[in-house]
Design a protein around this ligand. Structure first.
Ligand SMILES: [Cu+2]
Length: 275
């Protein structure tokens, strides 16, 4: 019975199945988190799962180590306890702030009994959106999200504007993003080309990070549209890493690519306008 409930677990305001892409690594292209239900006549659009994000201390304060607890419950309030690993982890937690200048991708520990926890520290107060990517046993990949407030001094928010040049230097690497097309709803290929920032030589020994050459998280500027995309060729090692996705609607989106080289994970942010 749980099986059926979980199969269509989606976030209530995620009505469009295209909104949450997550490759399962079998087909080589990204696909909808919740698309598995598309063919079923009994497909439900409302969420049957809910994540609760709470702090052991009650409230989270800046510059303090806080313990974050996450529980997933079904629509009857029962704890969901069985999860499958997806890209090596039972739960992937993405945290962003309001202007998307802060991005964190972390992996809470699971106690096997319905409780995930992780310790973290916030440097600035304000609103943060938490996204938990999970794969309930017998269900399909699901993203559950919530805005959470952190108390403390807030940093002035910057407008989110598309980059004029899609080239960034991070940790000694120069990363160029090529986007095949910028029309909403079209199939789009995102190609990251990663070279040594000094020598401009392509880096061809990227390491597997969470079971793939890279991970891409995409968010609309209001943090409503969330996409977690995996590479077309997960076993690629660079200098190019390609991802296929589709932006649900027009607007400005932030794109974070995450890769691993010589044991270090680096995150490269871009912002693009989609027509
Ligand atoms: Cu993760």
């Amino acid at each position: 019975m749980i099986r059926n409930i979980l199969a269509f677990g989606v976030l209530p305001h995620y009505g469009n199945p295209k909104e949450s892409n997550h490759s399962d690594g079998h087909g080589g292209t990204s696909h909808s988190h919740i698309g598995h239900g598309d063919h079923d006549s009994s497909v439900q659009t409302a969420s049957n799962l809910k994540a609760s994000f709470t702090f052991a201390s009650g409230v989270a304060k800046t510059n303090t180590d806080v313990e974050l607890n996450i529980q997933i419950k079904d629509n009857e309030g029962n704890l969901v306890k069985e999860f499958e690993r997806s890209h090596e982890k039972l739960l992937h937690l993405i945290v962003v702030n309001k202007d998307l200048s802060y991005f964190s991708h972390i992996h809470p520990e699971y106690d096997g009994n319905g409780n995930f926890k992780i310790n973290t520290t916030f440097l600035n107060g304000g609103g943060y959106k938490f996204f938990a990517d999970i794969l309930p046993k017998g269900g399909s990949s699901t993203t559950l999200s919530e805005w959470v407030k952190v108390e403390g001094e807030e940093k002035a928010l910057e407008p989110i504007e598309a980059d004029t040049k899609l080239v960034k230097v991070v940790d000694g690497k120069e990363i160029e993003l090529t986007i095949s097309n910028t029309t909403a709803k079209d199939e789009i290929t995102l190609t990251f080309n990663i070279v040594d920032a000094q020598t401009k030589k392509g880096i061809s020994n990227l390491e597997q990070y969470l079971g793939a050459v890279g991970h891409v998280v995409i968010l609309s500027d209001d943090a409503e549209q969330y996409l977690h995309v995996h590479p077309m060729d997960e076993k690629a090692t660079g200098p190019k890493a390609e991802f296929m996705t589709s932006f649900p609607k027009s607007g400005t989106y932030k794109i974070w690519g995450q890769f691993q080289h010589q044991g270090e994970v680096f995150t490269v942010p871009f912002a693009v306008d989609i027509k």
